[in-house]
Design a binder for this molecule. Structure first.
Ligand code: DAH
Length: 348
């Protein structure tokens, strides 16, 4: 067999082998076997020394051509197999992005927090600052600066947890009033502040009492503030939380730090004011305490009550939540039972 024929034979056999190689390793092996130093092509080239000088370049050129041809076929087959491997992997790892996702259970703010946030939004819209008072407070701010000196009988209703004789867990967010008053610079405009937070009392827990609950305190002090401003503000609160058909009624009351003092009622949500068991046939439900800031309270903060005056109110978001959602036991809010709390989740 001539060298050319031998080369042709090697080429045809080599191409067939390359074509049928189905994994990369086999292709690599064929390359070593066929084109390597000990392979048949190298051997053919070695046999060229027996050829005539005219034949040698022809056979040499043909051998090179065949080596290139095989090398190209190997490269081509390699990339085919590599691509196939990538495609197989992609197919195996294919994601169906149209499948519905698995929902991750997600918590939401507590119903009391929802009410506080709703009211904060309302008051921010009216230009109030929102401030956090301290839960650990001085007797001085919690009582004395609110016109409740040490022997004042109204202290009895607000017995609390004492840390020392002079430091206690605050009984009312009203303690934030003197702090806000003494730090406000009236040359910069009126004082309008809302201070929501936790308060504490030495109460025996029952359906309507908890030793810890929430209050939202509002305080406005400026020149020419009247009770009409107070009533308008409270009506807005009732309308925002309950609805536009709700009205507010003020009844005379007593708090040491307001004069005059009032209790505010809203139209009974259950009977729309007609009278029912929930409102004890009155058509009204008591929701908060309020009044015009007592001149003594202003004086103690270095503010001239002849020039400045204002109103204050304190409402209980726990009680609002009970009224709004018909919850009959305040302790439900604090048991942290998700079955109860998730009823107040907003959709979405
Ligand atoms: N601090 C009072 C309480 O806990 C509620 C209250 C009444 C707050 C009248 C006020 C107010 O700001 O003016 O019972």
């Amino acid at each position: 067999m001539s060298l050319q024929d031998r080369l042709t034979e090697l080429r045809d056999q080599g191409l067939a082998d390359i074509k049928s190689a189905d994994v990369l390793n086999k292709v690599n092996q064929i390359k070593v076997d066929l084109l390597g130093k000990k392979g048949p092509i190298t051997e053919v080239l070695r046999g060229m020394r027996d050829l005539t000088p005219e034949e040698r370049p022809k056979v040499g050129a043909y051998a090179n051509e065949i080596r290139d041809h095989l090398q190209n076929a190997i490269d081509h087959r390699r990339s085919e197999l590599e691509e196939a491997a990538v495609n197989a992997q992609l197919a195996a790892e294919k994601l169906d992005v149209t499948l519905p996702g698995r929902t991750v259970p997600q918590g939401q703010p507590h119903v009391i927090t929802q009410i506080i946030t709703e009211l904060e939004d309302l008051f921010i819209g009216m230009g109030y600052e929102i401030e956090d008072g301290d839960e650990v407070e001085e007797d001085y701010y919690n009582f004395e600066r609110l016109n409740l000196p040490k022997d004042h009988p109204a202290r009895d209703m607000q017995d609390t947890f004492y840390i020392t004789k002079e430091v206690l867990l605050r009984t009312q967010t009203s303690a934030d009033q003197p702090r806000a008053l003494e730090s406000h610079d009236f040359s910069k405009g009126p004082l309008k502040v809302l201070t929501p937070g936790r308060v504490y009392r030495r109460d025996t827990d029952d359906a309507t009492h908890s030793h810890q609950f929430h209050q939202i305190e509002g305080l406005v002090v400026d020149k020419h503030i009247t009770m009409a401003d107070l009533k308008g503000t409270l009506t807005l609160v009732a309308n925002t939380l309950f609805g536009d058909q709700f009205d507010v009624r003020l009844r005379p009351s007593y708090f040491p730090f307001t004069e005059p003092s009032v209790e505010a009622d809203v139209t009974c949500f259950n009977c729309n004011g007609k009278g029912c068991a929930v409102c004890k046939q009155t058509g009204w439900i008591e929701v908060l305490g309020a009044g015009m800031v007592h001149p003594r309270v202003l004086e103690m903060s270095g503010i001239d009550p002849e020039v400045y005056g204002g109103f204050a109110f304190g409402l209980g978001p726990d009680r609002f939540a009970m009224l709004k959602y018909g919850v009959d036991d305040i302790r439900n809010f604090y048991l942290n039972d998700v079955r109860f709390l998730s009823q107040f989740y907003k959709k979405g």
